[in-house]
Design a protein around this ligand. Structure first.
Ligand code: ASP
Length: 580
């Protein structure tokens, strides 16, 4: 027998019990007469003691133990003299009678502790050791719980978990595909799914009615800070539903998860049209944990001879409450922030509403005190507030101000990780102009249905057509997105046409779907949640990397198994990729 209990289990109520524990040596302290060893497993840490009254071989074996040795001990639970209230086993220790080394360990390349000395690269290379650390292990436990609670909720709502294939077909829409050569069909390739989108729609045609899957998806995108080439979605689809049904059901999922895992009552999730989100926050995923809404100032500030404002398509600003006391240096730092190449603004104008009632702006020479007063009033500013204003091309300046808004809020401590502010962003545009290819792309995907009343605009003003599409945003992060789908063959063909597919191309890429729609496709719609991001939000982490057991690094590499890697010429030949 390897153990009677785990290392996180024994308490004062177990005093006097004879027990067997197995685990890893966390640390050992030799205090001359006494030796203390902390033994660790997934469940916790228990202190083992040896003293001078013990048999000499037992004592010297205990002294031999190095960090991360795997051991098994027999002993008796006794009360600890100096108790440790921080851990569940902190009131007891084990007086060891028998010690067996199950496996020694090489010296680990970094300390296996909550605050490790290991850098990111080292931790990734030895990820299996990193996973022994509490913070990472706890993230995976959280991930497991979220998956289980998701299944519980969706099962309760009559969803069926159905697997869809991983080897599918490459399509030109969306991100780049990862492809897999087919040995048996030389010169031909499978693609890994970017999402199970078409399959889940086919399952609706098949009558499954409510489908979900916690599923790996693959996108060969340029890697940004928080992207992984493979990631996990909670993918869902429902038939005979309208947008309202979907929003309610998945709002229910979020409420369930927050209650079950965090004991947080989420309340009703507010909704905001896309255009409103852009106008008020300059972003389709606004962080609404705090206000700081945009105020547009063209009417007020144009036409008095300040060229930067006079020539701007949009003048827009935010109010930083209580920041009038910002020093010159702090204001310069904010200006530098918006001028960074990643943000690319040309400058930042401010108006200080001083505590003594005076107003002081960086463009005083163009504006009279009365005009400054009106400017402050537009923001409903109080004494002590600071107004930050930017000007330029509308789309760009909104994005730039949105970044500034988040930065200022972070500085003011308004982005508390323990507060959760979800938001449905609704009525996304159906299409989005792509300068590079000179044509419209589907903003969500080509199967998303336009709003019926906007269909006539498809030919006259495609950019204005709104979709029955929605995103769930939490604390400024897009957590999920979905849409009501087109289930009518004619409308789907029309969409492909507007997306620049020829009839043949559409037929070749999506003929199976168009055909399926001729066999009684029910009205349907769905949503997919980014599971890694959801776990990160629950864990209070900015990065998804530490909620994934074996993640890839910023260059898309797994440095532990050293992948991707070249393959042998024979393999290339066998796959028909090389001739000899
Ligand atoms: N398949 C979509 C995505 O991956 C989500 C959906 O429309 O259900 O973004």
């Amino acid at each position: 027998m390897h153990r009677t209990h785990t290392c996180g289990e024994l308490t004062i109520s177990d005093l006097g019990k004879a027990v067997i524990l197995s685990g890893w040596v966390q640390k050992s302290r030799d205090l001359g007469g006494m030796t203390f060893i902390d033994v660790r497993d997934r469940y916790g840490v228990t202190q083992l003691t040896f003293d001078s009254a013990d048999d000499e071989t037992l004592r010297s074996k205990a002294k031999e133990l190095g960090r991360e040795y795997v051991i098994k001990v027999r002993g008796m639970v006794i009360e600890r003299e100096s108790k440790n209230p921080k851990i569940s086993t902190g009131e007891i220790e084990i007086k060891v009678t028998d010690l067996e080394i199950l496996n020694p360990s090489a010296l680990p390349p970094f300390t296996i502790a909550d605050d490790t000395d290991g850098g990111e690269d080292l931790r990734m290379k030895y990820r299996y050791l990193d996973l022994r650390r509490n913070p990472i292990r706890n993230n995976l436990i959280l991930r497991h719980k979220l998956a289980q609670e998701t299944r519980k909720y969706l099962d309760g709502q009559h969803f069926l978990e159905i697997e869809t294939p991983v080897l599918i077909k490459s399509t030109p829409e969306g991100a780049r595909d990862f492809v897999v050569p087919s040995r048996m069909n030389p010169g031909e390739f499978y693609a890994l799914p970017q999402s199970p989108q078409t399959f889940k729609q086919l399952l609706m045609v098949s009558g499954f009615d409510r489908y979900f899957q916690i599923v790996k998806c693959f996108r060969d995108e340029d890697l940004r800070a928080d992207r992984q080439p493979e990631f996990t979605q909670i993918d869902c689809e429902m038939a005979f539903v309208e947008q309202e049904d979907i929003l309610n059901l998945f709002e229910g999922l979020m409420k369930h998860l927050f209650k079950a895992i965090k004991d947080v009552d989420l309340g009703e999730v507010p909704r905001m049209p896309y255009t409103e989100a852009i106008r008020l926050y300059g972003s389709d995923k606004p962080d609404i944990r705090f206000g700081m809404q945009f105020i547009e100032l063209n009417n007020l500030l144009q036409g008095v001879g300040f060229p930067v404002f006079d020539n701007a398509e949009l003048i827009v600003g935010i109010k930083a409450e209580g920041c009038a006391s910002y020093t010159r240096k702090q204001l310069d730092a904010l200006t530098d922030f918006v001028k960074r190449p990643q943000i690319g603004a040309s400058g930042l104008v401010y108006l200080r509403c001083n505590e003594d009632g005076t107003l002081k702006s960086s463009v005083d020479k163009f504006y009279s005190p009365e005009q400054l007063e009106l400017w402050a009033q537009a923001f409903n500013a109080k004494r002590g507030d600071l107004l930050l204003v930017m000007a330029g091309e509308a789309d760009k300046v909104r994005k730039q101000l949105s970044e500034l808004r988040l930065e200022v809020a972070s500085q003011l401590g308004l982005r508390d990780k323990n507060i959760f502010a979800p938001l449905w962003v609704m009525d996304f545009p159906l299409l989005e102009w792509d300068n590079e290819s000179g044509r419209y792309h589907a903003m969500h995907h080509p199967f998303t249905s336009p709003k019926t009343e906007d269909i006539p605009l498809l030919s006259s003003n495609p950019g204005k057509v709104r979709a029955n599409a929605y995103d769930l945003v939490i604390n400024g992060t897009e957590i999920g997105g979905g849409s009501i789908r087109i289930h009518d063959r004619e409308l789907q063909s029309l969409m492909f046409k507007h997306l620049g597919f020829s009839l043949e191309e559409a037929q070749k890429q999506f003929g199976f779907l168009l055909e399926a729609f001729t066999y009684g496709a029910p009205p349907h719609g769905g949503i997919a949640f980014g599971f890694d991001r959801l776990v990160a939000i629950f864990a209070g982490l900015d990065s998804i990397r530490d909620v994934i057991a074996f993640p890839k690094n910023n260059s898309g590499r797994d440095v532990m198994i050293d992948s991707p890697s070249p393959i042998a010429v024979e393999q290339l030949v066998e796959l028909g990729i090389k001739t000899s």
